[in-house]
Design a protein around this ligand. Structure first.
Ligand code: K2U
Ligand code: ZN
Length: 174
């Protein structure tokens, strides 16, 4: 089912998440719900803490153009094992910080190691939007948001906008 996405500021979005120790039916349900929630948003990535699951789990599908087949990925306990020297800049957004965008510079290519849902260890190199998205999602598992890379004034302005949005949503019962 589609799960509600937490909106910044929220203490759960700043917490370090715990590793997944057992791949239980509940973890499979969570992964399925995260993919459904991600596609519905729509987004190209989603991390456990964004739906209140304080676990090191993320979903990704950056095959966003219509031509290519969807490529849903579920990564458990992901770890970056290598990052390129060269950087790329992307105007990032975040489903937990709606309608706010800012340029963030990150390594252009990364290698990552993780466990997939059937317990197999995987390792792969990512580039382009996949690399940016994976780093953005792993940041979420460490309680870090893309606005943490911005200057204090811009970060504060965005936080104030989100506090206003949450007040309005609470009033409208959204
Ligand atoms: O973690 C999230 O909030 C999901 C983001 C992931 C993301 C942010 C910046 C750059 C790449 C991925 C959502 O996918 S934001 C929506 C979006 C959609 C298409 C392209 C970029 C961002
Ligand atoms: Zn995000």
């Amino acid at each position: 089912m589609i799960r509600p996405i937490l909106i910044h500021p929220d203490p759960r979005l700043k917490k370090m998440c715990d590793p997944v120790t057992d791949i239980t039916p509940e973890i499979r349900d969570l992964a399925r719900d995260m993919l459904e929630t991600m596609y519905d948003a729509p987004g190209v990535g989603l991390a456990g803490p964004q739906v209140g699951a304080m676990l090191r789990i993320l979903t990704m599908d950056c095959s966003k153009d219509a031509e290519t087949e969807p490529q849903p990925m579920v990564l458990l306990n992901p770890k970056i094992t290598w990052a390129s020297e060269d950087l790329s800049t992307y105007e990032e957004g975040c489903l937990s910080i709606p309608e706010q965008y800012a340029e963030v510079e990150r390594p252009a290519r990364v290698r990552a190691r993780w466990l997939d849902l059937d317990g197999t260890e995987r390792e792969q190199e990512f580039d382009g939007l996949w690399a940016t998205c994976l780093q953005h999602e792993i940041d979420h598992l460490d309680g870090k948001l893309f606005i943490d890379y911005l200057g204090p004034l811009k970060r504060q302005m965005i936080t104030r906008k989100m506090q206003k949005l949450k007040r309005e949503r609470a009033r409208d019962g959204a």
